[in-house]
Write a protein that binds this ligand. Structure first.
Ligand SMILES: [Zn+2]
Length: 331
């Protein structure tokens, strides 16, 4: 594969095959639903399809160099755009759909085909969704609508049934390593972030960001401190990240992985199954002992805490409860 090419979707063989077939046989429909988890390349594939139908070289794959391809890649093509909820709004508004419909009434400015991606499509308000039905049923000629969503079940059945569905899967380790390389990260296949990101390139990028590394390091030090029975003053104070919902989510997820790894290591498994090998070596090296049952209890408590956090419980209260649980584990 040409690694300088940044526009070809990576790690979605099914979707790529479908797109190739559509373009090569000249049977590109008017409405598509790109369905799959967040951060696996749905919007990249939508952009690729837009390039494929507009490329001046008129060959497949798109050249990536002609004026049309270049404009689409830089987000400056007048006939190719993405429609998302307005800043600070939860849903796509009905007037946004009306504006879209007004724009679709005209022929494309310069492209062969206008391509509009609605993302995240599950955030179409009910009114907006109903207004869109007509357009999906009979899309104007020279128009291609793509609805990209991680939650297809939220869409009205009448919306879904009017679109051809293309499914996207979580990304494999190989695909994630390639994507990371394109982002400038040289990862080994053992890198814990590859497991932690759950097949999402967006999550992987967030995990590899420097500030994420710092907050993880702080959390790991805190957890290790508690588990080795230290009562240092900086452990008695509530850390800053325990006061915010977003970072508490990260903490709970982090602690769940470590707890899981610890429980697995007690079974004598030190191989591939353990994600955070270095951390586990640190804990076992420090002679910290824990019973399998109490680790599983902690895991239960963590799932409960995740639910509580979703239901708006105060992060600090959740944190205090968990700290007591953790202290109880090591006695
Ligand atoms: Zn081109």
């Amino acid at each position: 594969m040409d690694t300088t090419d940044v526009f070809t979707p990576i790690g979605q063989p099914h979707a790529s095959r479908m797109i190739r077939k559509m373009v090569e046989t000249g049977r590109v429909g008017g409405s598509y639903l790109f369905s799959g988890p967040p951060g696996v390349g749905k919007k990249t594939a939508a952009r690729y399809l837009a390039m494929a139908v507009n490329c001046e070289a008129a060959t497949f794959p798109p050249c990536g160099r002609c004026a049309a391809c270049a404009k689409i890649l830089s987000g400056n093509h007048p006939d190719v755009w993405t429609l998302a909820p307005r800043e600070g709004k939860q849903t796509l508004a009905i007037d946004q759909v009306r504006e879209l419909q007004a724009a679709l009434a005209f022929a494309p400015y310069e492209g062969k085909r206008r391509v509009v991606t609605l993302a995240p499509a599950e955030r179409l308000g009910l009114e907006a969704a109903n207004a869109l039905l007509v357009t999906l049923e009979t899309p104007p000629t020279h128009t291609l609508l793509i609805l990209a969503t991680a939650a297809p079940y939220v869409l009205l059945p009448t919306i879904r049934s009017r679109c051809q569905v293309i499914r996207f899967s979580p990304l494999s380790r190989d695909a994630l390593v390639t994507i990371a390389r394109n982002l400038g990260f040289d990862l080994s296949h053992e890198e814990p972030a590859l497991e932690l990101c759950q097949g999402s390139a967006t999550r992987l990028a967030a995990l590899l960001a420097a500030e994420t590394g710092e907050i993880y390091a702080e959390m790991d030090a805190f957890i290790a401190g508690i588990l080795t029975g230290k009562r240092a003053p900086d452990l008695i104070e509530t850390p800053k990240w325990a006061k915010q919902r977003g970072s508490m989510e990260i903490f709970l997820e982090r602690l769940l992985w470590l707890t899981r790894d610890w429980a697995v290591s007690l079974e004598g498994d030190t191989g591939r199954e353990i994600v955070n090998k270095k951390w586990i070596r640190g804990v076992t090296g420090a002679g910290v002992r824990a019973a399998r049952a109490s680790l599983l209890d902690l895991a239960d408590a963590l799932f409960q805490a995740m639910e509580d956090l979703k239901r708006n419980a105060a992060p600090e209260l959740i944190f205090d409860t968990l700290r007591m649980r953790m202290e109880a584990i090591v006695g």
